[in-house]
Design a protein around this ligand. Structure first.
Ligand SMILES: [Ca+2]
Length: 377
């Protein structure tokens, strides 16, 4: 959720939707449905989690001189989170502008990669084997969290694998420098990052084991194995080992519980399907939904020519559980996917549809390896 999630906007609030229309599972009814796709009624959206606070215009308006914005930030953070203003001023006096952070955030490599190249980054033997080893090393803690939350352990491991290669790349920037740079010298995303900078001060107050001046993270200010932004840390991190602290920098049980909780608060459905490979009927046009929300009944998707391939996962209750569709350019040409509710939930960690599919496929590979021959070391 660090590098990419941080630079895209947050989810819109869920909007009220009509009650779901009855639908027929496509696997049980391969005949074309008489309902025109355009007339299909949408299922309810997955409700948004708690919104992250953003900084006010007095802090972020680029027309206001920088020193004045910083002074406004001190007032905003001090007032909002009950922090001594001088403490904020002292810390900001030690923050450094880093041009490399601006360079990094204005160069989003993922935006231009097709799926066949994106997938190659994450579905490598090294990352799969690393995930299997990580799973085995942490099996008890992972499976405890999984039993408590309904989030399969392999998805927790896959997030850690994609975000930081199992903790090897958690970031080398001071979080203070990253958020200071992006809050005051990156106007496009200043409301978000100044909000995160204020949250960093609040976090340091709540979790005194974190040292504001030495805390390291990504160039976007994301921390630890799971790359939690300060707001995610404050809102959704969990004390997995129950020692009274939420430590995402050094305590793996806290990391596992926090990633699982992030999924839970964003709507994870225990036991639900994630994504299915689909066919698109010959001659049919690709459907490009307005959002990744799983609001399309499978009957509507069937009317549009989309069907899960044989043997692919189906929802347990097609009347209430919808999906979205995603078309991607894979190794063997165009691929069509049907993404269910849990696929959407993974995109709350990072808004890229390819990210969610990479996490899913890495999770599947890790699960197969962890269950495979020699699973017990
Ligand atoms: Ca803890």
């Amino acid at each position: 959720m660090g590098t990419v999630a941080a630079v895209v906007s947050l989810a819109a609030c869920a909007t009220p939707s009509p009650p779901p229309a009855p639908v027929v599972a496509p696997a049980a009814d391969p005949a074309p449905t008489p309902v025109p796709a355009s007339a299909a009624r949408l299922l309810p959206e997955v409700p948004a989690a708690q919104e992250r606070p953003v900084a006010p215009p007095s802090v972020t308006d680029p027309a206001i001189p920088r020193e004045q914005r910083i002074a406004a930030f001190v007032d905003y953070a001090a007032t909002t989170y009950g922090i001594e203003p001088q403490r904020i001023r002292d810390a900001l006096a030690q923050a450094e502008y880093k041009q490399s952070i601006i360079d990094a955030i204005t160069r989003p490599a993922e935006a231009v990669k097709p799926w066949r190249d994106y997938r190659q980054i994450f579905l490598t033997p090294a990352r799969i084997d690393g995930g299997v080893a990580f799973y085995r090393d942490n099996r008890a803690a992972l499976e405890r969290v999984s039993a408590e939350t309904g989030v399969p352990a392999e998805y927790i491991v896959a997030i850690i694998g994609v975000e930081t290669f199992y903790g090897r790349n958690t970031g080398s920037y001071r979080v203070l420098d990253a958020l200071y740079t992006l809050a005051f010298d990156h106007p496009k995303r200043a409301p978000f990052f100044a909000g995160e900078l204020a949250q960093l001060f609040a976090l340091a107050k709540e979790e005194p084991q974190l040292d504001l001046l030495t805390l390291k993270g990504s160039y976007a200010g994301a921390m630890g194995m799971g790359q939690f932004m300060p707001s995610s840390y404050r809102l959704w991190a969990k004390d997995g080992d129950r020692d009274g602290r939420r430590d995402l920098l050094t305590h793996r049980p806290d990391v596992f519980a926090s990633i699982a909780n992030y999924f839970v608060v964003h709507g994870w459905q225990a036991g639900g399907p994630v994504v299915a490979r689909a066919t698109l009927d010959p001659g049919r046009e690709e459907f490009v939904p307005d959002s990744l929300q799983p609001v399309h009944p499978l009957s509507e998707l069937a009317a549009r020519g989309y069907r899960p391939m044989a043997g692919e996962p189906l929802p347990t209750d097609p009347a209430t559980q919808g999906a979205t569709v995603v078309g991607l350019d894979g190794d063997a040409g165009r691929e069509q996917w049907i993404g269910y509710r849990n696929y959407f939930v993974i995109t709350r960690y990072n808004r890229s549809p390819m990210y969610a599919l990479a996490v899913h496929q890495l999770a599947q590979a890790i699960r197969a390896g962890a269950d495979g021959a020699g699973a017990t070391p």
